[in-house]
Design a protein. Structure first.
Length: 92
């Protein structure tokens, strides 16, 4: 079955190509692995938007999974200290 991995990082990026995967579990695994890689590539740029989401849809357009990351700065960036972020993952 074909699955589509749309990303919302402040702008919605629709996946019009998708991946052929055997089942929903494989699509969820792909979302977690590719999502982790994308967030890692963003690095400190993640702090600019603080919210990132990947929505997984199946071939008929039904949303089967949402991976949502929300970063919250606990210290002002201009204070000279290191900004920390709390990241929560909503699965389901």
């Amino acid at each position: 079955m074909r699955y589509y991995f749309h990303v919302n990082d402040g702008a919605f990026h629709r996946d019009d190509i998708g991946y052929e995967l055997p089942n929903d579990a494989a699509a969820i695994t792909e979302a977690i692995e590719s999502g982790a890689s994308m967030i890692r590539d963003l690095g400190r740029d993640f702090l600019v938007n603080n919210r990132w989401e990947m929505l997984v849809e199946d071939a008929i357009g039904q949303e089967i999974y949402a991976l949502t990351l929300l970063g919250t700065s606990r210290r002002a960036m201009s204070s000279g200290g290191d900004a920390t972020s709390t990241t929560s993952t909503n699965i389901g």
